[in-house]
Design a protein around this ligand. Structure first.
Ligand SMILES: O=C(O)C1=C[C@@H](OP(=O)(O)O)[C@@H](O)[C@H](O)C1
Ligand SMILES: C=C(OP(=O)(O)O)C(=O)O
Length: 429
């Protein structure tokens, strides 16, 4: 277990950060490149542990993939060209890898076994294995195919109309990817629109999906053709600097080329509703994935409500938004976010316990949390519990906490942001 000790920022955070590549887009670039015909090149790839797990799984499926820092070259095999793996496929800590890969493996008639770490060992897979089985894939696992180790043998599948109980891009993507070869059409309906990186990137690979508000349909028999993918910066990583800049007095931070896909920009809407001073410049809107530079200045924040359609647009940013809410005047209510319970940790519990230990007035609810601000925070011995977003949120909290903050299991940050603590430290004046 690695630990770090951090103390509060003496002055503001000043500087420019080129946040690393978007995790969701990096995963998809490797997966879609692997099942495309021809050589796909990727620039701006996130070399985080989760995306490296995706590369390693597709290498075990017989795909030649070379990486040099943030550039990746993939010699695509076509959807039927993947090979039966001779070893288990280990997804590490990555929910996106296991769920999307299950969708891809439902297209091929061979046998694979998928495992992951202790966190993945608790995360529900039925939401994906259920519809894939309905389409005809042969899947087993603990708790009737809900938990790893999971085995899958795909093959001849049939399209379905799947009504997902949760707004989840991982479920939507798995079912749509299965629809690439399933007979007829495959449709996914969701209660709220989830991130649409799969639909956008499939288009870059020449595959058309049709969407209305919360419904997406794919027609079978479309082959992916290799392409070039430029990955924008990850707004979920930018979120830590947006909150750090907003809560540390005297700060001004510029974040370059941050992905601005509207299904991901809930953090900007939420922070602006709280009064944060965010400037959006150098916007590029006509790219497959839009991006822009963001400038955040120290701001006086007020409480807000975060619920409904907004939740899937900021789901991974809720830990750090909760921290911002401890520094906002008044009450912040986060609801409709029960999905937080099935992330790398139960993020309602971990956020509430860790921030309460630092002195926040915060309580857990069934589907979110209620935070009363503004309260001073004090340093304490805290823990990421192996959850990258919790480790990084605690590091931002330490900047305004009195005394020393110790973060145990701090290495978890490398799942989505290798080098995060150093980048944060360098902004201190
Ligand atoms: O599709 C994706 O890349 C992701 C979807 C979200 O999960 P859900 O699909 O479970 O909501 C998100 O939390 C995760 O970090 C990445
Ligand atoms: C939930 C997350 O990722 P995943 O589901 O891919 O593990 C995350 O990055 O916050």
């Amino acid at each position: 277990m690695g630990s770090i000790q951090l103390t509060s920022a003496k002055n503001g955070l000043i500087g420019t950060v080129d946040v690393p590549g978007d995790k969701s887009i990096s995963h998809r670039a490797v997966m879609f490149g692997s099942i495309a015909e021809g050589v796909t090149t990727v620039k701006g790839f996130l070399p985080g542990e989760d995306c490296l797990s995706t590369i390693s799984c597709f290498q075990k499926l017989g795909v030649s993939i070379q990486r040099d820092e943030d550039s990746v070259t993939i010699e695509g095999k076509g959807i039927q060209g993947l090979q039966e793996p001779t070893e288990v496929l280990d997804v590490g800590n990555s929910g996106t890898t296991i769920r999307l890969m299950l969708g891809i493996l439902s297209n091929t008639p061979f046998h694979s076994v998928i495992i992951g770490d202790s966190s993945i060992g608790k995360r529900p897979m039925k939401r994906v294995t259920g519809p894939l089985r309905q389409m005809g894939a042969v899947i087993d696992g603990r708790e009737e195919g809900n938990l790893i180790p999971i085995s899958i043998r795909g093959g001849r599948t049939k399209g379905i109309i799947h009504e997902s109980a949760v707004a989840s891009a991982q479920v939507k993507s798995a079912v749509l990817l299965s629809g690439l070869t399933a007979e007829g059409e495959t449709t996914v309906k969701e209660p709220h629109k989830s991130r649409d990186h799969t639909e956008r990137m499939l288009k870059d690979f020449g595959v058309i999906t049709t969407s209305t508000e919360n419904t997406v349909t794919i027609r079978s028999g479309q082959a992916l053709k290799a392409t070039h993918i430029q990955v924008p910066g990850d707004i979920s990583s930018a979120a830590f600097f947006l909150v750090a800049g907003a809560i540390v007095p005297g700060s001004e931070i510029t974040l370059t080329k941050v992905g601005m896909n509207p299904t991901r920009t809930g953090i900007i809407d939420a922070l602006q509703a709280m009064g944060a001073d965010i400037t959006i410049t150098n916007e590029v809107k006509d790219a497959g994935e839009p991006y822009a530079d963001l400038i955040i200045k120290h701001s006086s924040l007020k409480g807000t409500e975060i619920s409904g359609d907004l939740i899937p647009r900021l789901i991974d940013e809720i830990p750090v938004i909760a921290l911002a809410a401890t520094q906002a005047e008044g009450t912040t209510v986060i609801k409709d976010a029960a999905e937080l319970k099935v992330k790398e940790t139960n993020r309602i519990d971990t956020v509430v316990r860790q921030l309460a230990a630092m002195g926040a007035d915060i309580e857990a609810t069934d589907d979110g949390m209620i935070i009363h601000g503004k309260t001073p925070l004090n340093g304490t011995e805290a823990d990421s519990f192996g959850d990258h977003r919790i480790g990084m949120m605690l590091a931002v909290a330490s900047l305004i906490a009195g005394g020393e903050t110790v973060i145990n299991n701090s290495e978890a940050a490398a799942v989505s942001y290798p080098g995060f603590y150093d980048v944060l430290k360098k902004l201190e004046q």
